[in-house]
Design a binder for this molecule. Structure first.
Ligand code: PMP
Length: 354
């Protein structure tokens, strides 16, 4: 296809490819790190009582009801909280706001594969830093001049948790750039570095309601940081689109974050299933880094990860596999319910025995 002249001025990008969302509901879906349990019951109450005439009105641009509920839960002031339409929206806004120096931004070579896409779309230069052989992050790589730093903790898709001390070491070494820690999976057994935001004005911590709060479909993410960081992000957000989060979502999010007991129980269930799945996979000869997330990044003992991925798909069990160097030997398995994991293990045994 020949290029028309007008296309020379188009912003061309290679988009991020999310995990498949099949139309068929009769699938064991272990491919996008969703939570198998429903959100807190208060979310149902909000939906039942919502007066649709409120839809005439624009939503609160600052999503105050949600921002305040998050601030209260995490013991910070509402001016230290930025909410967005999923943490993808929050991270994208943060890239646009903070990675603006012209110097390269650093992130690991094996990590959330949206980071390089945002860097490309915003024309931000970046350098990836190789993980060590054991798939951990080497903090020394992040102590060179840079235009910003981002990585998830636990990292994705490895599931490996780095310590708060290691993160503080990196933040301390980088007073001249913004350091972002993407804590999408922190609630599944990791120690959050949120307390460090009180000490370091340039540290932004990002979390989501998509995993531990079972609300991926509602699209709620947030960042916590110094008032200065959050003010800069809001200035950019309000220069693009004021009304990003709808009213129902704001109310549902606020209701969900208030139910601490339900949150703990649902997270604990997933952790228990994960630990049980680890034991079974290890007994079968799978190898994997120790995951502190709601997924396991596992290398099969025989047959390739690609083969297993395809065979499981034929049996209506979806996991994730990437055709990329280093990680092509692994498949990422989201932790579902115990019953789903039983089905998964049964299918894996079948495929391996063939
Ligand atoms: N960060 C990481 C590391 C993720 O794996 C994901 C989920 N794809 C996200 C951020 C974005 O999640 P959401 O936009 O649903 O909050």
């Amino acid at each position: 296809m020949s290029n028309s002249k007008w296309e020379d001025g188009v912003r061309k990008v290679v988009p991020y490819v999310p995990g498949e969302q099949p139309k068929d509901t009769n699938i064991i879906k272990l491919n996008t790190n969703e939570n198998p349990y429903p959100p807190a019951p208060e979310v149902r109450d909000i939906l039942d009582s919502f007066d649709e005439s409120r839809m005439r009105l624009y939503p609160a641009p600052d999503a105050a009801v949600l921002t305040e509920a998050i601030a209260e839960r995490y013991g910070v002031s509402p001016e230290q909280v930025f909410v967005g339409v999923g943490s993808d929206d929050v991270i994208s806004m943060a890239f646009l706001t903070f990675f603006n120096s012209g110097k390269p931004v650093f992130f690991p070579d094996i990590t959330y594969s949206f980071y390089d896409v945002w860097a490309d779309v915003y024309r931000i230069p970046y350098e990836t830093k190789p993980l060590r052989d054991d798939l951990t992050i080497d903090p020394e790589d992040y102590k060179k001049p840079n235009g910003g730093i981002i990585f998830p903790n636990p990292n994705a898709p490895t599931g490996i948790l780095e310590s708060v001390d290691m993160i503080e070491d990196i933040v301390k070494a980088n007073p001249d750039s913004v350091v972002m820690i993407d804590e999408a999976y922190i609630d599944f057994g990791g120690e959050s570095c949120l307390p460090l935001t009180e000490k370091y004005e340039n540290l932004l911590v990002i979390q989501t309601f998509s995993k531990s709060r079972s609300m991926a479909g509602m699209r709620i993410g947030f960042a916590i940081g110094s008032k200065k960081l959050i003010k800069y992000m809001n200035d950019v957000k309000f220069s693009i689109n004021s009304y990003t989060m709808n009213t129902v979502t704001q109310l549902c999010g606020a209701a969900a974050v208030k139910n601490e007991k339900y949150f703990r129980e649902s997270v604990d269930r997933i952790i228990a299933t994960r630990e049980n799945t680890k034991k079974i996979l290890a007994d079968m000869g799978f190898t994997f880094p120790d995951s502190k997330s709601n997924f396991i990044f596992a290398k099969p003992p025989c047959k390739s990860a690609e083969y297993l991925f395809n065979e499981l798909k034929k049996r209506k069990i979806f996991v994730r596999w990437w055709d990329k160097p280093v990680i092509r030997d692994y498949m990422r398995i989201t932790i579902g319910t115990d019953a789903e994991m039983d089905e998964f293990i049964k299918a894996v045994r079948e495929v391996i025995a063939e």
